[in-house]
Write a protein that binds this ligand. Sequence first.
Ligand SMILES: [Zn+2]
Length: 113
Amino acid sequence: MNYNWCHSPKCHTYKTQDRVRGSKGSKVLRTRKIKQHTDRSWYSPDSIYNYFCSEGCIRDFWNTYAQRVIALAPMNEPLETPIDDPTKEKVTTSWGHTYYNHTINLRGVDTTE
Ligand SMILES: [Zn+2]
């Protein structure tokens, strides 16, 4: 069975029963294993959940390595997605309540550039 170890630097410090390993007198808390279902069609090698056992462990990793992770793909300017002018449609229900439907459509192939 393929697996990864959770990548949180603190995973092995959390006191849960499933992390307890070792024989009597020399017990430890061990980093969790994460099964990798590489034979499944839905398996995605880049999924964050292949590398972390919990949201807390994701946060631990981020809070420890954020600057190094960001350095892999810095975002120094905003990205933009071309759209058509948004439309706003006023809707009045049969009982007199009013709300607006906002529609944002992605622009088709942009030939202006
Ligand atoms: Zn973990």
